[in-house]
Design a protein around this ligand. Structure first.
Ligand code: SF4
Length: 290
C-alpha cells in the first residue's frame, strides 16, 4: 500500500493501521495549520480503498485498531463511509475500534442517527481540534465554526455513543488574548464534556514573524514559556469534567502532564504552580517538537 504523503495521525494512534479514505482536509483554511496545504481535498475511489484494505488484511490479519486518514474522512458522504466501514469490518475480524479526525462542519453535517450507524460499525474515537473556545479568535484563525457550532457537533457525536478526543491549542491568542482564550476554551470543553482532552502549544519556529505581523495582523505577540504555563493554569482551573483523560504530553508543550478529571485536577494544578514557581523541570526548548 502506498500512502499519499504527507500523512498525519494523532500520537495516540501510533500503533494503529492507517487507511486514507480522503486526501487533504475539506476545510484547509485554518491560518495556523500547514498540514495539508500541499493537497487538494478529495474522497478516494472506493476501489482504491478496497485494494488497500485487502492487501493489509492479508499482511496484518490480526489488526485491532485502525485510523482513517486524512484530515477529516468524516467529510465523505454517509453512504460511502458506511460502505468503507463495512468493508473494513468484514476484512479485519479482530478489529476493536476505528478512529478519525473530525472537523466541526463534518459533525454538523451528519445526524445523530448517521453517527450512530458509524458507531455500530466500530468507529469509536473522533479527534477534534477545538483550538479555542473564543469566538473572536475562531473567526480570526478561520476555523470555519463558532464555539456554539463546535459544542453542537460534539454533543451530537457523544449522543451517538462516539468518544470525543478534543484539542486546545495554547498560545493561539498571543499575549493579549491569552486570558480570554483560556477561559472561553474551558467553557467550551466543559459544555462538551469529552472523554479525552489534550493541550498542544502553538509552535511557529521560523514562521513566527510572518504569523505575528502578516497572518494575525501586527498586534499579535506570541506567548513565552512562562505565559504558556499561566495560560494552562487559567484553563485547567476552570475545567470541570465528569470522566476525561487529560494530557499535555504532546512534544510541543513545556510541561508534560497526564491525569484524569475530575480526581487529578488539584494534582495537575499543583504541578503547573510548581512549574510557574520554577520548582518543576520543564522540557527544554530544543526538545520541543521532537
Ligand atoms: S480543520 Fe484541521 S486539518 Fe483542516 S486546516 Fe484546520 S486545523 Fe488543519
Amino acid at each position: 500500500m502506498n500512502y499519499d504523503m504527507p500523512l498525519f495521525r494523532p500520537p495516540s494512534e501510533a500503533d494503529s493501521l492507517i487507511f486514507q479514505i480522503t486526501l487533504g482536509c475539506s476545510h484547509n483554511k485554518c491560518l495556523f495549520c500547514y498540514m495539508y496545504k500541499t493537497k487538494k481535498f478529495r474522497v478516494r475511489e472506493f476501489e482504491d480503498i478496497k485494494a488497500d484494505v485487502r492487501e493489509m488484511a492479508k499482511a496484518y490479519p490480526k489488526t485491532t485498531r485502525i485510523f482513517l486518514a486524512d484530515g477529516d474522512a468524516l467529510a465523505a458522504d454517509t453512504e460511502f463511509l458506511i460502505k468503507v466501514l463495512d468493508l473494513i469490518n468484514d476484512k479485519f475480524p479482530y478489529l476493536e475500534r476505528m478512529s478519525v479526525y473530525a472537523g466541526p462542519s463534518n459533525l454538523l453535517a451528519k445526524s445523530v442517527d448517521e453517527l450512530r450507524e458509524f458507531k455500530k460499525r466500530k468507529l469509536d474515537i473522533l479527534y477534534l481540534g477545538i483550538e479555542t473556545g473564543n469566538d473572536e479568535l475562531l473567526k480570526k484563525i478561520k476555523k470555519g465554526a463558532t464555539s456554539a457550532e463546535i459544542i453542537e457537533g460534539s454533543k451530537k457525536a457523544i449522543d451517538a455513543g462516539l468518544r470525543m478526543s478534543t484539542i486546545i491549542l495554547l498560545g493561539l491568542g498571543g499575549v493579549e488574548g491569552s486570558f480570554s482564550h483560556a477561559k472561553d476554551s474551558a467553557k467550551v470543553v466543559n459544555a462538551i464534556d469529552p472523554q479525552f482532552l489534550a493541550c498542544l502549544t502553538l509552535m511557529l519556529g521560523q514562521f513566527t514573524e510572518v504569523y505575528e505581523n502578516k497572518i494575525m495582523g501586527g498586534n499579535f505577540k506570541s506567548i513565552n514559556k512562562q505565559q504558556s504555563l499561566q495560560e494552562l493554569r487559567w484553563f485547567v482551573e476552570d475545567i470541570n469534567l465528569k470522566d476525561c483523560m487529560f494530557s499535555t504530553q504532546h512534544a510541543s508543550n513545556y510541561l508534560p502532564i497526564g491525569g484524569h478529571f475530575p480526581e487529578d485536577k488539584e494534582r495537575i494544578l499543583k504541578l503547573i504552580d510548581g512549574a510557574l514557581n520554577e520548582k518543576v523541570k520543564l522540557r527544554s526548548e530544543w526538545m520541543r517538537g521532537l
